[in-house]
Design a protein around this ligand. Structure first.
Ligand code: FES
Ligand SMILES: [Fe+2]
Length: 437
């Protein structure tokens, strides 16, 4: 759909744009022309998380990052830096590599007629070059087309728009918040994905608020009551957002605290892991009655980490645990202790009503003892109880129902809570800014 231009102001008008803080037009989640506008105006111009650094530890390692109909190769260079190239041969467009792997001998080789490039994208071989007109083979034309690439937070970020602002500017101010929680030290414990019959935004928004906790996750509500509902929501420039956990954790009894941590570990094996649960259980009878158990548990965790050589974030940032940080347009981190949960949501098969939703559980290892490489992504059905914990299965169970519900003829717009749904509105407002450009 072409963007309509307002006759009076000359400004571009985005279809189904957000005009209110409390209502979100349903077409934003399924309309093909809205989705095509995202393909044209959002994805080619926004910084996006392309892979984790552990995926490409050695020179020549590559990962293919796919977004809508585009494919980008992220390549580790001989000097340890990272470059990203459009995945198309400069001869007749054949994709140079798929999925992941290593370019042997430092050469990227086209599988069709064997043109070759060095890891930095410069041309190194054209078979029978005398067959081509010289103007076909200018070095600047032969060179692989680069995307902007930067690293932050243990990840590689790419931007196909070579005029885009630097990554840190685009991720401000929330990247600094996450820096204070040590996310760059974290490594992958598991990496899983599921395919959902829902728009990519719909899927991620299920994780933008704590309002759903009592109904969707009754087992957490039961034991932690208010503590499981984020208390503070903050929205920032650039479409980013943050919510903070309730402070009620601090008041919990030993029994409640340990039970809550056990349900988090068993329910998703992320944020709170077995390591912490065992440690907290060991304290159960050691903290004198009347003393604050949560404080004692945190202290014990810091003592343990110091002994084990595990870098911990400064204790004054502990207030951010149990909350989450959303980085526009499609990436999220929820740090706790020295661990985190991380999400990425992308359109799937170029269809507005399907998405690929990835989940990382991250943890911090003793310094110098980080594992080499990382687990590869594994895909499981959304209700696979053997591979997904109870918590993600509960979250996934509503997403497709919500997508189907949106098609109801007389349903026009979602009703949003002014504060608790503010991350959603803020994300959509930034999206509209991209779409209007
Ligand atoms: S298409 Fe790549 S060498 Fe011909
Ligand atoms: Fe949830």
């Amino acid at each position: 759909m072409a963007v309509r231009v307002d006759e009076e102001s000359g400004a571009q008008v985005v279809p189904w744009r957000v005009t209110s803080e409390i209502a979100l037009p349903r077409e934003r989640y399924f309309d093909r022309s809205f989705y095509e506008l995202e393909k044209e105006k959002l994805w080619p111009h926004v910084w996006q998380m392309a892979c984790r650094l552990e995926e490409i530890p050695n020179p020549g390692d590559f990962v293919e990052y796919e977004i809508v109909d585009q494919s980008i190769l992220v390549v580790r260079q001989a000097d340890g830096t990272v470059k990203a190239f459009e995945n198309a041969c400069r001869h007749r467009a054949t994709q140079l590599a798929v999925d992941r792997g290593r370019f042997r001998g430092g050469q990227i080789v086209c599988p069709f007629h064997g043109w070759r490039w060095n890891l930095d994208g410069t041309s190194s071989f054209v078979f029978h070059e005398e067959q081509f007109a010289p103007e076909c083979l200018r070095p600047e034309d032969l060179r692989l087309r680069e995307c902007l690439v930067e690293t932050w937070g243990g990840c590689v970020w790419i931007n196909m728009d070579r005029a885009a602002p630097p990554l840190r500017e685009a991720l401000a101010p929330v990247a600094s918040v996450l820096d204070g929680l040590g996310v760059a030290n974290m490594r992958v414990k598991y990496w899983k994905e599921t395919i959902l019959n829902a728009n990519w935004k719909m899927a991620q928004e299920a994780f933008f608020e704590g309002y759903h906790v009592p109904q969707t996750h009754p087992q957490l509500w039961e034991v932690g009551a208010e503590a499981t509902m984020p208390a503070v929501y903050r929205t920032f420039e650039n479409g980013h957002g943050q919510f903070l956990g309730g402070s009620e954790f601090a008041e919990m009894t030993a029994e409640t605290f340990i039970e809550m941590m056990r349900r988090l570990w068993e329910g998703q094996d992320a944020m709170t892991l077995e390591r912490e649960v065992r440690l907290f259980e060991g304290l159960r009878h050691k903290v004198p009655a009347g003393e604050n158990f949560t404080m004692a548990a945190v202290q014990a965790l810091y003592d343990y980490a110091e002994g084990a050589g595990i870098p911990m974030p400064p204790l004054e940032n502990a207030g951010l645990w149990g909350g989450g940080v959303f980085l526009f347009p499609n990436f999220m981190m929820l740090p706790m202790w020295a661990n985190a949960l991380s999400y990425r949501s992308r359109p799937y098969r170029d269809d507005p009503e399907w998405c690929r939703f990835e989940v990382w559980s991250l943890e911090t290892y003793p310094a110098g003892d980080e594992p080499e490489g990382q687990p590869l992504v594994e895909r499981y059905a959304k209700d696979d109880a053997e591979h997904w914990g109870l918590i993600p299965r509960q979250d996934f169970s509503n997403i497709e129902r919500q997508q189907r519900g949106l098609h109801t003829r007389n349903f026009q717009a979602m009703r949003l809570a002014t504060e608790w749904d503010s991350l959603i509105t803020n994300m959509h407002r930034e999206l509209d800014r991209y779409l209007a450009r």
